[in-house]
Design a protein around this ligand. Structure first.
Ligand code: SF4
Length: 289
């Protein structure tokens, strides 16, 4: 199907602060959907709660803004109900790595054919600037006036370790590169995770566009994306170099059977296409007798 970026436009005005990194992410996502020719009526974008979770309102696909931290379980339920759909979940670092972290870890173990994009701005933006799970140590925020004293959550290492079969990191300041990462993630058969550095220009005065511009570099062909241990080392490179070198790109990719492909009930025919009148549930009653 031929889809243009214009087909994905909506009339609603984006409610983000001018200069917010979310603009780069929505533009990269639109470009990826258009380049892949995903039919808008067969594409669903789910989110939780936060600045980034407003994104489903800004693309003319199906959308579901759920509750805090629950974008992924809603996305997995939609996929199980109709595994022919393209399902993409989005959210922020507080939403996905804080309150929703249990879903993040266990959904990766199952390898649903989903794409999960996290707008990682290292702060709670919607609630006006509290420390999030990825805030850097020492960062002063409304909830940490003397500086963060906790270790930051490590999304890439957690994803590689939890069974994600596609693990990447992008930067909202480079939407062209990010679009290619998102295209790869959507095309991948299995759980594809893209963590995106997303400057919050209003509340994060440390991880700014100039901060990233001086530090990010792109992984190239010398990095073997099939090597889990090499991916782990790259995932820790920022910490190891005291945040002087911060890689972006595809860290890890492996092919494994998806969860849906192993369920005999839906592997050939999506659940929504089953004829309910023909399903024999008498055996279930016999089990209960
Ligand atoms: Fe973006 Fe931060 Fe403004 Fe939220 S508060 S819209 S994350 S700049």
């Amino acid at each position: 199907m031929v889809v243009s970026i214009k087909d994905l436009d909506v009339k609603e005005k984006m409610q983000w602060c001018p200069g917010c990194g979310n603009f780069g992410i929505v533009s990269a996502l639109k470009g990826a959907i258009a380049d892949l020719g995903l039919a808008p009526h067969e594409t669903v974008i789910c989110s939780g709660i936060g600045c980034s979770s407003k994104l489903p309102h800004y693309l003319d696909t199906y959308g579901f803004e759920s509750i805090h931290g629950r974008g992924l379980p809603v996305a997995s339920a939609i996929k199980l109900a109709n595994n022919n759909l393209n399902v993409i979940s989005v959210g922020g670092d507080g939403d996905g790595y804080g309150i929703g972290v249990q879903h993040f870890v266990h959904i990766m173990r199952r390898n649903y054919d989903l794409t999960y994009i996290v707008h990682n701005n290292q702060i709670y933006g919607l609630t006006t600037g509290q420390a999030s799970p990825t805030s850097m140590m020492g960062m002063k925020t409304k909830t940490t006036p003397w500086g963060v004293i906790e270790e930051p959550f490590r999304p890439l290492a957690t994803a590689i370790n939890s069974g994600a079969t596609f693990v990447a990191r992008g930067y909202a300041g480079d939407p062209v590169h990010l679009k290619e990462l998102i295209k790869g993630a959507i095309a991948h058969k299995g759980f594809a995770f893209v963590d995106v550095f997303q400057p919050c220009v209003t509340f994060n005065k440390i991880n700014t566009y100039p901060w990233f511009q001086q530090r990010v570099y792109k992984l190239d062909g010398t990095h073997d994306v099939k090597d889990k241990w090499a991916a782990m080392q790259k995932a820790y490179e920022d910490e190891k170099t005291n945040y002087q070198k911060v890689p972006i790109g595809l860290f890890y990719k492996v092919e494994k059977p998806t969860y849906e492909s192993q369920l005999p009930q839906i592997k050939d025919v999506p659940l929504v296409k089953h004829d309910l009148k023909k399903i024999d549930i008498s055996m279930a009653y016999k089990e209960l007798e």
